[in-house]
Ligand binder design. Structure first.
Ligand SMILES: *[C@@H]1O[C@H](CO)[C@@H](O)[C@H](O)[C@H]1NC(C)=O
Length: 262
């Protein structure tokens, strides 16, 4: 699987540089920090589409949710390693350019400030990426002993909401918060996040229960405890993010209301 690692290590940074270069053509007035941010959003969206498509292929080809195998489940996990590494670095890079804009500082101070702003503003994302790299990928590659490719596919489909989240962030950056596109996109974020990141979990339990003829509510007692713990710890941050998104949505749509009234 070294070639998948190598492919990812070329693909993601290469795509980022390309996207940033296109952004320079399309948006000449933009700073390097802004262009880099758009570049990272674009690469995240491409990765999300690839993950979703792979996930759908895996889910639809595994009849037996516990034992069936699909080569993409392992290959995509390998592909995620360079992506998560690249994305962590790219996030840092955006903070670095941002610090560069602000003040004239010497190199060491600049790095310190960039690291500080990275940790302050993207801490949860950083922990999320590190948890995937150090916990989920090793579990997915070694510790599950080849069981449950179906569930790996399900978790990949969870990425479906990412392109909408990215588009939303770019629209905010372009100061297009008040457009119809931003509102429609907000609706898609809510819908895809709810379906693919929250409802996904009862669906996985349901799929398991259906195969073994167990009612949904009994499934947690039939699978090993660590599976429940793993599911719960993946679900927990999704619930937190969903709450944040709902709060933002309420603000977005109620703002629109007051504007219309006033
Ligand atoms: C999540 O739950 C399903 C329940 O059917 C289980 O088969 C699967 O292994 C769990 N996922 C993880 C990552 O443990």
């Amino acid at each position: 699987m070294l070639h998948v690692l190598g492919l990812g290590a070329l693909f993601f940074p290469g795509l980022f540089l390309l996207a940033r270069r296109c952004a320079r053509r399309a948006l000449p007035g933009w700073t390097m920090a802004d262009r880099s941010l758009v570049g990272t959003r674009f690469v995240s969206s491409v990765q999300a589409v690839l993950a979703t498509v792979s996930g759908l292929i895996i889910v639809s080809s595994c009849r037996d949710v516990r034992n069936d195998r699909h080569w993409l489940a392992t290959a995509y996990l390998w592909f995620l390693i360079p992506y998560m590494t690249y994305d962590t670095y790219a996030m840092y890079l955006c903070h670095w350019y941002r610090s560069l804009e602000k003040e004239n500082m010497d190199g060491k101070k600049l790095v310190m400030r960039a690291v500080k702003s990275f940790v302050q503003k993207d801490f949860l994302m950083f922990v999320h990426h590190m948890a995937i790299l150090t916990i989920l990928v090793p579990i997915g590659l070694y510790f599950r002993r080849g069981l449950g490719d179906f569930f790996v596919g399900c978790l990949l489909v969870a990425e479906l909401s990412t392109p909408f989240v990215s588009l939303g962030k770019v629209l905010i950056q372009l100061k297009q918060q008040h457009t119809l596109l931003h509102k429609v996109n907000g609706g898609f974020i809510l819908l895809t996040f709810f379906l693919c990141r929250i409802l996904l979990f009862p669906f996985m339990y349901y799929a398991y229960g259906r195969q073994y003829g167990i009612p949904l509510y009994k499934v947690p007692f039939h699978i090993p405890l660590h599976c429940n713990v793993a599911n719960a710890s993946i679900l927990a941050p999704q619930l937190y993010w969903f709450c944040l998104i709902c709060r933002k949505a309420v603000r977005l749509y109620s703002n629109a209301q007051t504007k219309k009234v006033g």
